[in-house]
Design a protein around this ligand. Sequence first.
Ligand code: PTR
Ligand code: PTR
Length: 288
Amino acid sequence: PQELLTHLGRLQRSGVHQEYEELRKEPPPGSFHCAQLAYNQERNRYGDVLCLDQTRRSDYINASFMDGYKQRNAYIGTQGPLEKTYGDFWRMVWEQNMLVIVMTTRTDEGSRKKCGQYWPLEEGGQEVYGHMAVVNQRVDHHTHYNHTTLELHNTETCEQRQVSHFQYLSWPDYGVPSSAVTLIDFLGAVKRQQRKMVKGLGLQWAGHPQGPPMVVHCSAGIGRTGTFCALDICLSQLLDVGSLNVCQTVRRMRTQRAFSIQTPDQYYFCYNAILEHAQRQGLLPANQ
Ligand code: PTR
Ligand code: PTR
């Protein structure tokens, strides 16, 4: 790992940008027919950010299964829910038994709507979305993110479950987070919570020790979502085997969630965040 990290430390921004441009030229490996059907069109937040036919399922929602590090379907990457799709979103969370929702956008940035308010914001609040009643049990405010504990009531089956909602607050679209350290802390908090909840469920997930997918979304579900997932994959690999490959990771991800990672700087940010993390962990001297 030492050698690898020294290598990473020497990478130039321009070289990394070049690598990203090459990736971006590779065409998406499939078609978008289903996403363009009239019924589905109004369920896409952006007409130019569609789901590949082969990574979606029968009921249309602009969401894609994505593999993680040594884990199939570790994430479902999706757009920020639209009012019209709140019910679909919560049904997907329920059907996939999801425990953790990761949101890397604010609902409004400047005067632009980036994502709907698809959960009750205030502690004690309750809203009904389709067949799901969602209760806000508590909100823990951290400097760069909020952690909200939600209770879902399935009004069809009368079952209930808990879901953790994590919202990172300082990452504008097309930009990079205000700092790598705060995003990595956020990622750590998300992973700890997922592990804790899976453990709490006991043997139900025995065959899948890491549990059900996490939902990850921003506004379009490609730029910030892709960056977040790529970082998670690369850091997990670094920890496990002492190596990583950002380019391969992103190439593979783009076959599952087309257009993942939107700017050269988001791509460069992955490298930088990994380096910073490695320095903090003492894997690399800080003067590299
Ligand atoms: N890309 C998938 C889709 O567009 O349908 C993502 C997805 C995954 C959607 C699960 C829905 C899902 O739940 P279900 O098909 O069980 O309703
Ligand atoms: N065409 C859209 C737009 O720029 O308005 C698409 C888009 C929006 C693409 C946001 C990416 C975006 O960023 P993110 O995926 O991080 O929300």
